[in-house]
Design a protein. Structure first.
Length: 191
């Protein structure tokens, strides 16, 4: 098999190919190139044309992986924060962390949301991953009750995604996004 010359670059050895492709996709999105082709992506990643297909299968799957990357970042940042005893404070912190991640790179995140907001050939797992963040925020004492009685992790995930969708579409400012996401979380907790 003939390899792309840049696949053998010493500076790229050891870096997982999937991560290189995702990093390249982020760079293209950051540059305002949401309609990049897989050929553009391969060139940006320094891999053969077939590599993005072999690693992900489709552009939609790449966008789902980028979405997952954001949720993992949100979860890691929340988990690293000092533990708050009050469930309302923990959920508010999780909302703030999630908003901060999305606002860090709005151009990239709006493009990702645009892609995962439409049906693709293979369903993603953003809802499941997002529920994990909210279950963590609810805490061990609330997590089981939330899943069985009120399904709060799912409701929090849906509420955040709703606010995120309106922000992504440009219908909400950053501050309106924050206010809406915090308000929805508070309403779910008080229900």
């Amino acid at each position: 098999m003939k390899r792309n010359k840049s696949d053998r670059s010493p500076s790229l050895r050891g870096e997982p190919v999937r991560q290189r492709v995702l990093d390249a996709a982020e760079r293209l999105l950051r540059d305002g190139r949401a309609e990049f082709s897989m050929r553009d992506l391969a060139a940006e990643a320094g891999v053969s044309f077939a590599t993005p297909f072999n690693q992900f299968g489709s552009k939609a799957a790449i966008m789902q992986a980028l979405s997952e990357r954001r949720i993992v970042t949100m979860t890691e940042l929340f988990a690293a924060a000092p533990y708050l005893a009050d469930v309302t404070s923990r959920v508010a912190l999780a909302v703030e962390v999630a908003i901060a991640v999305m606002l860090e790179e709005p151009t990239v995140n709006r493009a990702v949301m645009g892609w995962i907001g439409s049906a693709g050939p293979v369903p993603g797992n953003a809802l499941e991953r997002s529920q994990g963040l909210w279950a963590l925020a609810l805490g061990p004492d609330q997590e089981e009750a939330g899943r069985s009685a009120h399904n709060r992790p799912q409701h929090l995930a849906l509420a955040f995604r709703g606010a995120l969708s309106f922000w992504s579409a440009g219908e909400m400012s950053d501050e309106q996004f924050r206010t809406a996401a915090l308000g929805a979380a508070k309403a779910i907790l008080s229900a």
